[in-house]
Design a protein around this ligand. Structure first.
Ligand code: PMP
Length: 282
């Protein structure tokens, strides 16, 4: 539990932070969020996270309080909570209004909330996990980091029931992403991942891993890979701010490669750790 959270201009103990029952975030999930990883007290790839936050706000036509506001808020949040390795959570909803109407009657004061939690522990080479293939039942604007996550939650629950960490989602025979991660397939030394269109969230870790792969001279294709090819993949991994680069050993009953962490995945795990250390030492 954090010591102090931010809510609408105030720093409060978590149990003292209260939101109106008329908040459109509560009534309609009318809001967006962002998660920023922090290593050794340094927000990682912060500019990219703030750019995505700006895109999410713009999509909902919610005014952005601006870069300086976010930088100050995040810095204060980390200082007040003595956070070193952490995940910053930011949420903005359209605000509260007494009349419940799908169409905002506005102009409203957005509700801004920020909190922080401990970063999960990451091993040098993470243990491979199992994922399960599921139909992507979500909406068609997955590029917006919306707090409306019902589809993602239902899919996560289904995955858990199959003993899997994440669903491997597909539409029309092509892999899109996970419920809270992006997927990468490795075949014959090249990497394949779905392109950034409306069907996936443009993961910041995804973007960073693509950059690392290019630096390592690993061929990358921002091209969705097909469900029909899953059994023939050499390697599969997922990325997210909390999981970083996570090898996958198994999709349902299909063992990927030898079921362990593949060679290219391992190179990217090491490159990712090295880049983390480098950026957080600056
Ligand atoms: N896709 C979805 C649906 C997600 O929720 C997340 C994590 N928030 C990601 C991908 C990965 O994004 P990032 O690397 O920015 O954490």
């Amino acid at each position: 539990m954090p010591e102090s959270v931010y809510l609408n201009g105030e720093w409060l103990a978590p149990e003292a932070a209260k939101v109106s029952v008329f908040d459109r975030g509560f009534l309609f999930a009318d809001g967006i969020y962002e998660v920023v990883p922090v290593y050794h007290g340094h927000p990682f790839l912060l500019e990219d996270h703030l750019a995505r936050l700006e895109r999410s706000l713009a999509a909902l036509e919610i005014a952005n309080p601006g870069q300086a506001f976010w930088l100050d808020l995040i810095q204060q949040l980390l200082t007040r909570n003595h956070s070193q390795d952490a995940l910053v959570y930011i949420q903005v909803t359209r605000g509260a209004e007494a009349k419940r109407s799908h169409l905002p009657q506005g102009p409203l004061q957005p509700t801004i909330f920020a909190s922080v939690s401990a970063m999960p522990v990451h091993w040098d080479v993470p243990t491979p996990v199992k994922v399960t293939l599921l139909d992507d039942i979500r909406w068609l604007r997955c590029d917006i980091k919306s707090i409306s996550l019902l589809g993602n939650i239902m899919l996560k629950q289904q995955a858990q029931a199959c003993g899997a960490l994440e669903p491997l989602l597909h539409r029309n025979g092509l892999v899109t992403e996970g419920a809270s991660s992006n997927y990468f397939a490795v075949k014959d030394g090249a990497i394949y991942t779905a392109p950034t269109d409306h069907l996936i969230l443009p993961g910041i870790t995804r973007m960073w891993v693509l950059k690392l792969a290019k630096e390592l001279a690993i061929p990358v294709h921002e091209q969705a890979f097909s469900v029909a090819d899953l059994a023939q993949l050499d390697e599969l991994f997922l990325t997210s701010s909390s999981r970083e680069v996570q090898p996958i050993g198994q999709i349902d009953d299909i063992i990927i490669g030898q079921g362990g962490c593949g060679e290219i995945t391992e190179r990217l795990v090491h490159a990712f750790h090295a880049s983390k250390r480098q950026l957080s030492a600056q």
